[in-house]
Design a protein around this ligand. Structure first.
Ligand SMILES: [Ca+2]
Ligand SMILES: [Ca+2]
Length: 247
């Protein structure tokens, strides 16, 4: 719980009938978060300055135990894990500034909801530790202009997974691509190996869901200076297996 400061501990109110009114919440980046989940919405809140050790959900003691650098200090949309049981839109978020919204989805959720299709898979992994140990969550991102709204939809109704959680940072221009780094180094870890060949093959098969960066695309374009093709993947594989000695 270090450094975890809720902006609001859910501002919801219980009516006399016992049902809860979902909260409307805000931060400097989010002008409003309108929670639509009438069953579990009272567990939702917003927290600022996300750090390792923060609670992942409002209705569980599970904590964030691995946090990618891009999410350090982010606003955290603390969802309810049990909102995974709600087969409807869960919340509507309106941006106070130009922001990037990140949704972290349990990797065991293989029935990704359609609304996530407009997001980009970043390749970053968030770790959430439940009673059984740390579970990896894939981080998806979408940019949102100041004043625009985004609907956070259903988790996809898959069983035996945690619900998603979400984060918001101020939008930053992507770092400009300067020059080729290590040739063949698609994943930008400083060396060319089999993982780079695999990443290029994955990119070619599904470019919209690839974790490859612009710098990685430049590094991996080892044949023809013409963008990535199967020839680039094959050439990196030849380098890995020693058939060619340089890229
Ligand atoms: Ca590499
Ligand atoms: Ca090429």
């Amino acid at each position: 719980m270090n450094n975890w400061t809720p902006a609001f501990i859910n501002g919801s109110a219980s009516s006399s009938s016992g049902t809860t009114t979902p909260a409307v919440l805000s931060t400097s980046l989010i002008s409003s978060l309108s929670v639509k989940d009438s069953t579990y919405g009272s567990y939702w809140s917003l927290a600022e300055n996300t750090a390792v050790g923060a609670k992942a959900f409002g209705d569980r003691d599970f904590t964030i135990t691995s946090l990618p650098d891009i999410l350090a200090g982010a606003d955290h949309i603390v969802t309810a894990c049990d909102s995974k049981k709600t087969d409807a839109d869960l919340a509507v978020l309106t941006a106070a500034k130009d922001i990037t919204v990140y949704v972290a989805m349990d990797q065991r959720n293989v029935t990704l909801p359609a609304w996530l299709g407009s997001f980009t898979k970043t390749g970053y992994i968030l770790g959430v530790t439940d009673g059984d140990g740390e579970k990896p969550f894939d981080v998806y991102a979408i940019d949102l202009k100041a004043g625009s709204s985004l609907t956070l939809g259903t988790n996809g109704m898959m069983g035996s997974v945690m619900g998603y959680t979400a984060f918001v940072t101020e939008y930053k221009e992507p770092a400009p691509v300067k020059e080729v780094g290590v040739r063949g180094d698609a994943n930008c870890d400083g060396k060319a190996d089999l993982f780079d060949a695999i990443l290029v093959v994955q990119y070619l098969a599904d470019p919209y869901n690839s974790a490859i960066s612009e710098q990685g695309k430049l590094n991996a374009d080892v044949v023809g200076d013409n963008g990535l093709t199967s020839e680039d993947a094959q050439q990196i594989q030849k380098f890995v297996t020693g058939l060619v000695t340089e890229l």
